[in-house]
Design a protein around this ligand. Structure first.
Ligand SMILES: [Zn+2]
Length: 217
């Protein structure tokens, strides 16, 4: 069943590529969302916060890509970005780790049709190397319980206030190690609040992974 689904989804991907060829968002060349030449416009970010792994700076082409994903429904870009990310960074998790993601409010996710953090998490789960054969499991563990306003435009202090108690643990069990995934890390207010809730539920160690990180000026 899994294999058949896999073949079916591969066939769908091939068909989609024929019907809607991937166009580079840097230069317009056909083939990839970010062609090999334009990859230099994705700037790698220094990982200097313990427990946080981010791949690229949230600016220029990366900012454009994230916008296209979220507001122009080009979520297939994420798969390509996660593949590129794993060529750039080393992310080794304990074998016992589970992957989860920052949740969206249910009605917002319904409107958008997807949660980009969940899509990144799923792709990571498939691609992260593991000694055992099975991929890392991706599970929902958090739910959004407060319909807070967007963090955009808020200062660091307001961001902390805005997400306080916005999440609740809803995992079926409490894993020892968790990788929490999101698309962009800005001040870290959202991710830290999620980590706090996971740890309060009993998770021992939480790492954070984001594709992009917005450096504060
Ligand atoms: Zn290009």
């Amino acid at each position: 069943m899994g294999l058949r689904l896999n073949i079916l989804s591969k066939a769908t991907d091939v068909l989609l590529d024929i019907l809607f060829p991937r166009i580079c968002f840097g230069c317009g060349r056909e083939g990839k969302y970010v062609c090999d030449k334009c990859e230099i416009f994705l700037i790698e970010v220094e990982n200097n916060i313990p427990g946080l792994v981010s791949v690229w700076e949230y600016e220029g082409l990366m900012e454009k890509l994230i916008w296209k994903i979220k507001f122009d429904r080009k979520y297939h870009i994420l798969e390509e970005l996660v593949e590129k990310a794993l060529h750039r960074i080393e992310l080794s998790l304990p074998e016992s780790a589970y992957i989860t993601y920052v949740p969206m409010r249910k009605n917002r996710e319904k409107e958008r049709g997807f949660n980009q953090a969940a899509l990144i998490a799923r792709r990571l789960g498939q691609l992260l190397p593991r000694r055992k054969q099975q991929p890392f499991r991706v599970l929902p563990m958090l739910k959004k319980v407060i319909d807070n306003r967007s963090q955009v435009g808020l200062n660091p202090k307001e961001r902390i206030e805005n997400v306080r108690d916005a999440f609740a643990f809803e995992g079926l069990f409490v894993p020892e190690n968790v990788l929490l995934v999101d698309d962009v890390y800005t001040t870290g207010a959202t991710a830290k609040e999620c980590v706090r809730v996971l740890k309060k539920a009993g998770v021992k160690k939480v790492w954070i992974f984001t594709l992009a990180r917005k450096l504060q000026c």
